[in-house]
Design a protein around this ligand. Structure first.
Ligand code: SAM
Ligand code: SF4
Length: 336
């Protein structure tokens, strides 16, 4: 479906939980009050939303969190999503801690790719950034994912004075491995508002100086706004997601669904459309037999609500004017 700015919206990011097994400083540094499971979309509800979304031309889905792999049944959800006619792609964003445990099942469920967050190659730093000593497990799981042949992307958020000096070492992972390393600019959402991110534009200059034969990749690598670069002879590529210094709103193709059932037209603004009342009312009606066909009616209403969220997508985010940002949730509740 096209929005009112003629952008085709074909991609939905679905956060399935706001729980996480890490405590990244810029995302969820300390425990937050967790949403009770009653107020989290069930997998059945998520599948109903996906089915309605497909009818609007949303064919690509990202499962995210919190940490999606801490929610029991994540693999089953992905398997069921892949069975929905019309769904072309389901990918996962994870911190990688539990990936080894589920990798084989995820692949046999049909997962199309995995994004793994990795901000440092130094174990002590990893612990300072994430609150946990999990770097060895994550590196092992990244290796296993690459060996499995599934498409692997690494998500890296650089911060001044924290890990910006590691950009080259992390980028070099793409020299010897079939993976994409993506540097994501810190976005001023939640705890990220107080962090000093690194400009992707400046990073590109450093990359060009370091690898003068760096070339821009022209083929499409994914669903997102990353611009990819390649050094001749490297197995993988390096992507830059310059949310702040390379505003890509004109080609935005996505909406977000939070674990509480709220559709978010844009990351920057707090406006949402709540699917929960529609879904839960439909369930009640189905249970007590009222209404001609509760399921069909609910699906129509969900589809209309998604269409409304798409229609309400603003032209652009306002990250450069922090006082205009109305989103007050933490990134852990939104899913990135
Ligand atoms: N737990 C999973 C993970 O870490 O990949 C999935 C959820 S996490 C919220 C998704 C992505 O958002 C991660 O790559 C994380 O680094 C990124 N992220 C979190 N807060 C951010 C911020 N303020 N700006 C940019 N990226 C952020
Ligand atoms: Fe958890 Fe991912 Fe947020 Fe880190 S970035 S706290 S791993 S949800």
């Amino acid at each position: 479906m096209k929005d009112r700015y003629n952008r085709t919206i074909n991609y939905m990011r679905i956060s399935i939980t706001d729980r996480c097994n890490l405590r990244c400083t810029y995302c969820m540094p300390q425990d937050i009050s967790l949403t009770s499971m009653d107020n989290i979309l069930t997998y059945e509800e998520i599948l109903r939303i996906c089915t309605a979304a497909v009818e609007l031309g949303i064919t690509r889905f990202k499962v995210t969190g919190g940490e999606p792999l801490v929610r029991k049944g994540c693999v089953t959800l992905i398997r069921e999503m892949k069975r929905i006619p019309g769904i072309e792609q389901v990918t996962l964003t994870t911190n990688g801690v539990l990936l080894g445990q589920y990798l084989e099942e995820l692949i046999s469920a049909g997962l199309d790719g995995v994004n793994i967050s990795l901000d440092t190659l130094d174990a002590a730093r990893y612990e300072r950034i994430t609150g946990k000593n999990e770097l060895p497990a994550v590196m092992e799981n990244i290796g296993r994912a690459i060996d499995s042949g599934i498409r692997v992307k690494l998500n890296v958020v650089l911060q001044n004075g924290v890990n910006e000096d590691e950009w080259e070492h992390i980028a070099l992972l793409a020299r010897t491995n079939y993976l994409d390393v993506r540097f994501i600019e810190m976005m001023p959402i939640g705890y990220g508002k107080n962090c000093r991110g690194v400009s992707g534009r400046e990073l590109l200059e450093k990359m060009k100086n370091r690898w003068p034969d760096l070339e821009t990749v022209t083929d499409i690598h994914g669903n997102g706004p990353a611009v990819y670069y390649h050094v001749p002879g490297w197995k993988g590529s390096v992507g830059l997601i310059n949310a702040i210094h390379g505003k890509f709103c004109a080609s935005c193709n996505r909406i977000r669904l939070t674990s509480r059932g709220k559709l978010k037209p844009c990351l920057c603004y707090g406006d949402t459309i709540d699917l929960m009342p529609i879904l839960r009312r439909g369930q009640e009606e189905a249970a007590n037999g009222s209404g001609p066909d509760g399921n069909v009616e609910t699906k129509d209403m969900v589809r209309r609500a998604i269409a409304e969220a798409i229609a309400e997508k603003p032209a652009q985010h306002c990250f450069e004017q922090k006082d205009h940002i109305t989103e007050e949730s933490q990134m852990v509740s939104i899913g990135g």
